[in-house]
Design a binder for this molecule. Structure first.
Ligand code: GAL
Length: 798
């Protein structure tokens, strides 16, 4: 059968945790920080007492107001870069002498240099990859303190097409282990055989064994209840071990039931004494791509329903927080998303842990550029020296996650237009395959003519991704024969939540063509209508993009640009627009209307969502749309009078009516087989009288000790109707020990810094992101405004 071109079987591991013979401690607290730059800061006796105290993860860029003067430009988020220093004084207990002690950075942006006790450890140049250093040779033990100094340089600007953040923006850990230990990054877990009858698990590992001891490795597979279900022991001969286990009737990992097992690798001496261990979660699942039928998960046809996500977390900037990332992923999953494309860089490792747990597939991306630049100071300047090692580091870090289903070596790489693209594609594909041959290698391309596409001409990629280019979809299988295809990026629709302009029956392109940098006839207030009818000229509406992918089985799936608005790239406007309009959800985490179009298409939940609000001028002609599913048609009532039925059709994924405005209420009823099954009402709201605050937290709980609270504010009139036509200034204040980390309203041209506790609502809504410290007493946030003051307890509310 030629049908299945690639079959990739793999099992994966997520979090590596440690047994008693070792520890991995968070190393995030009590850092001293300065935005000055002086090489004497590296010296151990430098007096940094006056410096600011910060907790990692930390992004200094997000702490500024937005400004036109910053060289990152508004594409880079209109926030400052610069150079920052971090120093931390710490002690290592005398009993830990003789241990192997290393420091692990989840990620720092951008050039990062590290000194321990004045000794230089090296420079790291890739702002999105994790890196580590062995500290043991330089440490002092007992009461004598150690000093670690880190210089992070993000001064070369512009260096990105989106907001990067600056600083040590992911977790740092200190790991203590025996000098003789298992090398986590060399451990590779695959599942050569996966079926509901039998699963085979292969674990290849490597031991760091400087003393050449006689060792053995015991491998155990644990089920969800922690019971050992299979075991094997092997003697360590060449420091490389290859073990296989099998399991009858494994519970497979998939997006509905992300069943995870755990493996324990125990490194023992000749007497069986444990020296070191490695614990990783694994999932039995198989993946396959097919030129005609798209993608298969565990042997079943499966349409990949994905979104692209950049790495910032709205008002937190790039400073990683696991609960904030989970909030994004939960919202995406509830919308029906089953896959994430990490545009256009390696994500925080914790994002992959979440995807493993929640059942989300991941398209894991390495680069947005190779040798040819997209910005003056971007990674192209480091590419030559570092791209092989960086790619290897990415694959080794992420290859044990069941969620990861493909590797992308690049997005819209300029080398697709010249022969160096062929050479580099072959080289990088080989680099990936040497470390993981169980997953396809892909790239997101734009040139759809084979002769002109030098990346495709390498014939090295397993799957070709195409961004946009809808008109060429049917040409693709003819041009690129025998290679599975995926719509790696689509849409680029533009919307501001809660804004509704006329002219929504045709798609408008903002900007209209490559001749214009910006929209020439846009809205003077830098908003874009949230009827799904405005897109960048290379894109199209959400409905159109999805309809194009939906009807073509040969496309393995779709990745919509983007799930959430992100900082930077505010097409179609110049400054003061400073964050993107592409999201299905705004930067604050409030869904735009089109969220429900996807939910209706991609889930079985009963969906009925009406737009717009019902506050217009008498006589205005208003387009009313309803997104719905599980029904044949919908009927609109204006103040009790039927205005007729409407339904979706092959070209349109919503019901629509033109309604002369009349204050009161609109109601949409949806019918299935003639029976009314669901209704929704919108009423004309009066002036804002009250604030409703909803706190979310429990749904986004993680194993991290820094989970956040999200306080969502909605203005209401005196009857409790949501107000979307009036906005007021709000001030958020935490009680003792409760810290307001950031606020937002989702408006893309609000120039007040996102860490400011004051925020004007936008279309009736605002958000505060809150951390509750250990010493918090009252555990509440006070919300002050012209409507008075309320105290909101930090408990999850509906
Ligand atoms: C794509 C690109 C994305 C983003 C998007 C905006 O071409 O891959 O990174 O720039 O356009 O529409």
């Amino acid at each position: 059968m030629t049908r299945i071109l690639y079959v990739f079987l793999s099992l994966l591991a997520a979090t590596a945790t440690f047994g008693q013979s070792q520890r991995a401690l968070k190393f995030n607290d009590d850092w001293h920080f300065s935005l000055a730059d002086d090489l004497q800061f590296r010296q151990e006796n430098y007096n940094d007492r006056q410096w600011e105290r910060v907790t990692l993860p930390h992004d200094w860029s997000i702490l500024s107001d937005f400004g036109a003067e910053f060289p990152a430009g508004n594409a880079g988020g209109a926030l400052p870069g610069g150079i920052g220093w971090y120093r931390k004084i710490f002690q290592v207990a005398a009993k830990d002498k003789g241990q192997h002690i290393s420091i692990h950075f989840g990620g720092a942006y951008r050039y990062t240099e590290i000194w321990i006790n004045g000794k230089y450890l090296g420079k790291h140049s890739n702002g999105y990859l994790s890196f580590s250093h062995d500290l043991s040779p330089y440490l002092r033990y007992g009461n004598t303190p150690n000093v670690i100094a880190v210089r992070v340089d993000n001064s070369q600007q512009p260096n990105s097409r989106w907001y990067t953040g600056s600083g040590i923006y992911r977790d740092v850990h200190l790991k203590y282990q025996q000098h003789t230990h298992i090398l986590p990054e060399e451990t590779f877990i695959t599942t050569p055989e996966v079926s509901t009858d039998k699963g085979t698990l292969r674990v290849q590992s490597q031991i760091h064994n400087p003393e050449k001891r006689n060792l053995q490795v015991a491998l155990h597979l644990l089920d969800q209840n922690g019971r050992r279900v299979a075991s094997s022991t092997a003697a360590v001969k060449s420091n490389k071990i290859d073990q296989t286990l099998s399991l009858d009737k494994p519970q497979l990992w998939d997006v509905e039931s992300p069943n995870l097992y755990t493996i324990q690798l125990l490194l023992q001496d000749a007497e069986g004494k444990e020296l070191n261990s490695l614990t990783q979660r694994v999932g039995f699942r198989s993946i396959a791509f097919d030129v005609k039928k798209g993608f298969f998960l565990n042997g079943q046809p499966f349409k990949i329903l994905g979104v692209c996500l950049h790495h910032d977390l709205g008002a937190l900037g790039a400073a990683f927080n696991k609960s904030a990332a989970k909030r994004q992923l939960v919202m995406m999953k509830e919308m029906g998303v089953n896959a994430i494309r990490t545009a256009h860089n390696p994500p925080a490792k914790e994002v992959l842990d979440l995807c493993d747990e929640m059942g989300l597939l991941v398209y894991d991306e390495a680069y947005d550029m190779w040798q040819k630049r997209k910005n003056k100071f971007d990674y192209h300047q480091d590419f030559k020296e570092h791209h092989v090692a960086d790619l290897q580091a990415l694959i080794k870090r992420d290859r044990n996650h069941p969620s990861v289903i493909m590797w992308s070596i690049g997005n819209e790489i300029r080398e697709q237009f010249d022969s160096t693209g062929t050479v580099l594609t072959k080289e990088m594909t080989a680099v990936v395959k040497a470390l993981d041959s169980t997953r396809p290698v892909t790239a997101a391309l734009t040139e759809t003519n084979y002769v002109k596409n030098f990346i495709a001409q390498a014939q090295a990629l397993d799957v070709l991704g195409f961004n946009y280019k809808y008109a060429d979809y049917d040409k693709l299988p003819k041009e690129f024969k025998n290679v599975p295809l995926i719509a790696s990026e689509t849409t680029s629709g533009l919307q501001t939540r809660g804004v509704y302009d006329a002219l929504h029956d045709t798609i408008q392109f903002w900007p209209a063509s490559s001749k214009d940098k910006f929209v020439t006839n846009g809205n003077p207030d830098f908003t874009v209508s949230a009827y799904d009818n405005v897109a960048a000229y290379w894109g199209t509406s959400h409905e159109r993009a999805w309809l194009e992918v939906k009807k073509r089985d040969f496309l393995a799936g779709i990745f919509v640009w983007t799930g959430f608005d992100y900082l930077g790239e505010p097409v179609p406007y110049p400054y003061p627009a400073r964050s993107s309009y592409y999201g299905i959800v705004d930067l604050a985490g409030f869904p735009k209307d089109v969220y429900y179009m996807y939910q209706a298409e991609w889930t079985d939940k009963d969906v009925l969502h009406i737009l717009p609000h019902w506050n217009w001028k008498k006589g205005d002609m208003v387009d009313v749309w309803a997104y719905y599913n599980n029904a044949d048609e919908a009927e609109l009532f204006l103040n009790g009078k039927s205005l007729g039925k409407s339904s979706k059709n092959a070209d349109r994924l919503h019901a629509a009516w033109k309604v002369p405005f009349e204050a009161g209420e609109i109601k949409v009823v949806k019918y299935h087989k003639g029976k009314a099954v669901q209704e929704q009402v919108k009423r004309t709201a009066g002036v804002a009288k009250k604030i409703k605050a909803r706190v979310t937290h429990d749904d986004f709980k993680t194993d991290d000790d820094r989970d956040l609270y999200f306080v969502e504010v909605q203005l209401l009139d005196d009857k409790g109707e949501a107000v979307a036509h009036e906005d007021i200034e709000i001030s958020f204040e935490g009680s003792v020990g409760v810290e307001v980390l950031g606020t937002d309203n989702g408006f893309q041209a609000d120039l007040r810094g996102l860490n400011n506790p004051k925020r004007k609502t936008f279309k009736g809504k605002a958000l505060a992101i809150v951390r509750m410290g250990d010493a918090a007493t009252t555990k509440a946030v006070r919300i002050k405004s012209s409507l008075g003051e309320i105290s909101v307890p930090l408990e999850t509310t509906k």
